[in-house]
Design a protein around this ligand. Sequence first.
Ligand SMILES: Cc1ncc(COP(=O)(O)O)c(C=O)c1O
Length: 404
Amino acid sequence: MVKKGWRFHNNEKKYLNRILKSDFSAGSDNYMSEQFENLFAKKHNQKFAISSNSGTSTLHQALHSFGVGHGDEVIIPALTVGMCGFVVWQCGAVPVYADVDKETFLIDPADIEKKITKKTKAIMVVHLYGLMCDMDKILKIGKKYKLKILEDCAQCFLAYDDKKRISGTVGDAGSWSLESSKHISSSEGGVLTTNNKSLALKMRKFGGLGFTNITAFSGKVRIDKNKFQNPNWKRHNEFGFNYRMSELCAAVALAQTEKLEYFVNKRIESGKEFLKLLKKKNELLIPQKVPNKYIHSYYTFAALFNGKKKGISWSAFRKKFVNFGGDGIYSAWQTVNNEPCFYNARKNGLYSGSMKISNSYGWGETPVAINLQKNIMQFTTNQKNKKEIKRQIMALKKTIEFFE
Ligand SMILES: Cc1ncc(COP(=O)(O)O)c(C=O)c1O
């Protein structure tokens, strides 16, 4: 058995100690969030990185910075986590669902274009399972209809497309989650990047309680006590949320970012072993298609389960895999349009507080996503070493052999 905590045993502890010893003095030179942001920005060749308390908050901050508000529409893939829909709702806007490609499982640019209306303000693409969407086609649509593009990279660290572009650096903003299952983690956490100063400032202020002295480069607010410890000082010149990353999380996030390539390569190593196994003749699992020259970062190894045609249920396959020593298999979440809160809001004609939604809103049908959702299997790729990877591969090999 692998000892717990192996991902967090080096500088994570050192930086946490440093922060505890500093009494959380927010203005100190050891300000961890700033160090984390600088390193994350550098590794992505981006001018600005903004730390946050989750990969949901970051999406909300980005949409706000794009000016998404009451009555607007944002196009999101139907096959993704509910949080992608929540942030649209949090802006008072309406999520419109685009279908996905049946081979890559990623948002389908042709369907995005079909779902655009006069109310569309932005497109959120989700680089699901660690693979980048077709950004060239999406950028072209964005340009044609003057829409902002947000890349949700919660599951996609340091993946590349065929033009060698890093995930999260192609659209107007990139958003990552550092929740515990992600490539790198600070328990909870998130980060945004952009090259646009005005967007960076809006994102920071919105997540930083609208403090007057926040800048595009820094979330520090207690910078000049002689200035703000003054009854005449006006602290908030904008409305905002408190989405700031705690210094404890930032300490861990910094140490994790130092080892980002190491963690991504580990998942790639595992993903490639799954791929190698499934490339041998097998009729039960069809891997997520990786387009030519793309580099997949394998948050998980996703495949389409084809066993139902042979009378094998999704759950029976999973159970056997676990019996043979596999870690378990994640299912896909409901498509966002089928999650009860979104489904009921549509059915009842009510959405976003008092805003009345009529069916003239292009909610969007998504048959491919709805079919895929029932059959996707995600295998874990977060193994510590080759021995653990081998255990997963052997369990899957035995499971396939058992059913075939
Ligand atoms: C694709 C995607 N988007 C957004 C999120 C939200 O991130 P968080 O859990 O940090 O709020 C997640 C994480 O679960 C995710 O997988």
